[in-house]
Design a binder for this molecule. Structure first.
Ligand code: 5GP
Length: 183
């Protein structure tokens, strides 16, 4: 762990690597059962969801397809304005497809709520959301998340794809940043 965190910014592990792997396997099995007749197109929201997606696709026993989207929020710092810009759009057409959006974390819900509206306008056959993490306390708009990895408290988490200043995405576990060290 020291190699990834030489400055000791990580205060504690919130969810261990084994627990994440077990939960991802369970979600993959659920998706395999739910979509057995209609294999989904997985839409990965970059960058935070790329590690989750990589493990999740290998836990789904169906001929799934994958595409990527990148969005950026205009909110400053930890404030999310809910105004979102599509930085990289999908390469595939989703009209008539069963789409499963793969997100890292749902916080206020503003980002996803915008994304859903944008994707819904393209008339997929179905649209569902799979999020590794959710912070229910922070929700400002309700978003229907069909598959949830873990509910977590209102703390800033990193690891397993999630970053702080672009770092810590390569951590196998999910940890909490030591806020006292951030200044
Ligand atoms: P929302 O629009 O739901 O408030 O924000 C969702 C986005 O904010 C996530 O996709 C993620 O990029 C970022 N975010 C929210 N909470 C955290 C957190 O605890 N850690 C990290 N690294 N990113 C977060």
């Amino acid at each position: 762990m020291n190699g990834i965190d030489p400055d000791g910014l990580i205060a504690e592990t919130l969810i261990g690597a084994d627990a994440i792997q077990a939960r991802v396997a369970a979600i993959g099995a659920e998706i395999t059962a739910d979509y057995a007749d209609n294999p989904p197109l997985l839409v990965c929201v970059l960058k935070g969801a790329f590690v989750f997606l990589a493990d999740l696709v290998r836990a789904i026993d169906l001929p799934v397809e994958v595409d990527f989207m990148a969005i950026s929020s205009y909110g400053s710092g930890t404030q999310n304005s809910g105004i979102v810009r599509i930085v990289k759009d999908l390469e595939m057409t989703i009209e008539g497809r069963d789409v499963l959006v793969v997100e890292d974390i749902v916080d206020s819900g503003l980002t996803l709520s915008y994304l859903i509206k944008s994707l819904q306008a393209r008339r997929p056959r179905s649209l569902a959301i799979c999020a590794l993490l959710t912070k229910p306390e922070r929700r400002e708009v309700e978003v229907p998340v069909r598959y949830v990895g873990f509910e977590i408290p209102n703390r800033f988490v990193i690891g397993y794809g999630l970053d702080f200043d672009e770092r810590f995405r390569n951590l196998r576990a999910i940890g909490v940043i030591d806020e006292a060290r951030l200044g």
